[in-house]
Design a protein around this ligand. Sequence first.
Ligand SMILES: Nc1nc2c(c(=O)[nH]1)N[C@H]1C(S)=C(S)[C@@H](COP(=O)(O)O)O[C@H]1N2
Ligand SMILES: [Mo]
Length: 215
Amino acid sequence: MFSDFAERRALEQKMRQEGRLPPGQSVTLKFPVLHYGPVPLYDDLGQWSLRLHGLVEKELTLSWDDFTKLPRRKVNFDLHCVTKWSKFDTQWEGVHLQDLIDEGILKLKPEAQFCIQHCEFGYTTNTSLEAALSENFLMAFLYEGKPLEPEHGYPVRGLMAAIPGKRTETDRYLWKGGKWLRALEFTADDHPGFWEKAGYNNIANVWREERYSRW
Ligand SMILES: Nc1nc2c(c(=O)[nH]1)N[C@H]1C(S)=C(S)[C@@H](COP(=O)(O)O)O[C@H]1N2
Ligand SMILES: [Mo]
C-alpha cells in the first residue's frame, strides 16, 4: 500500500539522518521470520532449561522458574538483519549476563574469551565474550510486553542488536542471537556456529557491513 511505502521511506530518511541506518540496510515495519529448520513447540515449560557452562566457576542449569527470578532489564533495540532489513525501536525484556555476574550468580573463569549460544536442534552462534557482556546482548523472553511468538524464539532467545543512537563496536547482525536458546558456553577458543560455517562473517559488525566471510 502506498501509505505503508511512504511511512517506510519517511522512517528510513529519519533513521539515516540520525545515523541509525547501517550501510546497505532498508527499513521494514514488519517483523520477518528467518531461521533454518523447524520451530520447536513446548507444551510445557517443564521441558525447558538453560545451562551456563564451560569456563565458569560453577555450572548452572536453570529451570524456567529459576530463569524468571533472575534480574531483568527492559531494552529498546534496533534490529539489523544480514538480509538487509532493519527494524527500529523494538521493546524487549530479558536477562543480561553482566547482571548475573554483578549479582554473583555467574562467575566466569579468566580464560573465558568467547560465548557460544546453543539452541534447539543443535543451532549455535558465536561471539566474543566482550560482545556477549555488552549492552547489545540480551536473553530475551518478552517482546513488546508479551511472550515471544514460537517462530521468534519462544520461550527465550539470544538477541544481538543495536542500542538506538549509540553506535558501538559490538553492534551485530541479528543472526548472532540464537532463537530457542538452551545454553551459553564460555570458551577460550572461538567456535564458529551454524551460519558462520555456512559463509557468514565470523564477527558480523553492522557498521563495517561484515555480512559474509571472504573465501
Ligand atoms: N535457533 C536459531 N536461531 C536463529 C537462526 C536459526 O536458524 N536458528 N537464524 C538467525 C537469523 S539468520 C536471523 S536473521 C534471526 C532472525 O530472527 P527473527 O526470525 O526473529 O526475525 O534469527 C537468528 N537466530
Ligand atoms: Mo539472517
